[in-house]
Ligand binder design. Structure first.
Ligand SMILES: [Mg+2]
Length: 378
């Protein structure tokens, strides 16, 4: 089932958010995405999506660098390559470019879309993912006051979410974590600092206090490219640390394992450069008894389809945190011809009704106002 890519079109869409989403490093106001439409010699079309932020505040990649490297380097390399036997081979062929994982992920998703269609399977089937129900956590971004945060938590609890992920930052940490734990003494809670702290005595005191609140996880407390300080911190906490920003690739994760920098891993298809790398990190985590969940970047419909398919793998043992797209992107359901999933009780039931990415995405609607900065052919 080989892939012979003859055409790659790049589109840019901007999906407005209902409200800004604020984390320690800044706020997201709308989602400008780079879409990849990849055509195979047999006419099979695959779609991918890159989900960088507008500025290099989460990772070094950002919207401008992602679009540029896709147009100038990565897409031409795929078109030059000739036939790929598998989408894994396509992903691996992009390793000559350092970094630029968001851009690589878009090509990867499109290649897997084509490969799955050629086997007349949806992506979950293609990946061997069999779960029919995905447990979700609900993320609460940084709010102006603990009360505002508690109001959002109450809404999430009402909708049936049992796991809550609270974003924290200096000036928005202990007051918020104490308030949340006090209100919900028994709920599974976690915090995500998005790399906001540096290893020092104040930070140690802070996380020891959070340790006592019995959260189930502290995600990415320290620097975005660090393993050593996370290892020092993890040794002094009972609460498991999860890495997100620090792990781009298998080699990163091997360093984290060697140093015992974390006990949990948040896998994002976009952060690690696509489905092949995501699957390798998933396998390596399981071999090393590292707890696992799949995270999101406020994906658009295409990115979310890949995330939902991947999250159906049986080894994810912590609730997924990708559902922000559903709540934050204005009119999100309009981008589908039929409901892509059902949501109830903090669980998502995917409706895979199509070969390839699986969900009934309405590409015409999605691309109605899209710009088309480049079309490249073999
Ligand atoms: Mg995170």
């Amino acid at each position: 089932m080989s892939l012979d890519i003859v055409r790659i079109e790049l589109f840019v869409v901007e999906l407005p958010l209902i409200q800004p989403f604020t984390i320690s490093v800044g706020s997201v106001h709308s989602r400008r995405l780079v879409l990849v439409k990849m055509t195979d010699r047999q006419g099979v079309i695959g779609w991918g999506e890159a989900t960088p932020l507008e500025e290099p505040i989460y990772k070094p990649d950002y919207f401008g660098s992602t679009l540029a490297v896709l147009e100038q380097i990565l897409a031409p390399a795929v078109l030059r390559h000739g036939i790929y036997e598998t989408p894994e081979e396509l992903d691996d062929s992009l390793a000559f470019v350092r970094g630029h994982y968001f851009a690589k992920a878009a090509l990867s998703i499109a290649a897997y879309d084509i490969a799955a269609q050629k086997k007349n399977q949806n992506l979950a089937e293609y990946l061997g993912a069999t779960k029919t129900e995905i447990a979700l956590s609900h993320t609460i971004a940084i709010t102006k006051s603990p009360q505002e945060m508690l109001d959002e938590a109450a809404k999430a609890a009402e909708e049936g979410y049992k796991d809550i992920k609270l974003k924290i930052a200096p000036q928005a940490d202990l007051l918020f974590t104490h308030a949340l734990r006090q209100k919900y003494p028994d709920l599974p809670l976690m915090v995500d600092a998005n790399a906001a702290y540096r290893y020092n005595d104040d930070t140690l005191r802070l996380f020891r206090e959070i340790d006592d609140l019995k959260f189930f996880c502290i995600e990415q407390p320290l620097d975005w490219n660090d393993f050593y300080d996370h290892s020092r911190l993890q040794k002094q906490l009972k609460t498991p640390i999860a890495l997100d920003e620090s792990v781009d690739c298998v080699h990163d994760f091997e360093q984290a394992l060697a140093l015992q920098s974390c006990r949990l891993l948040n896998i994002k298809i976009s952060r690690v450069g696509g489905l092949t790398a995501a699957k390798r990190l998933y396998d390596l985590s399981r071999q090393n008894n590292i707890g696992l969940w799949i995270g999101g970047m406020i994906e658009g419909p295409i990115g979310l389809a890949s995330v939902i398919a991947f999250s159906a793998l049986s080894g994810f043992n912590y609730p997924a945190d990708f559902i922000d797209s559903h709540y934050l992107i204005k009119g999100f359901s309009d981008y589908f011809d039929e409901a892509p999933y059902a949501l109830a009780g903090g669980k998502l039931t995917p409706r895979f009704s199509k070969p390839g990415l699986g969900l009934a995405i309405n590409y015409d609607r999605l691309c109605r106002d899209a710009a088309n900065p480049a079309t490249l052919t073999a």
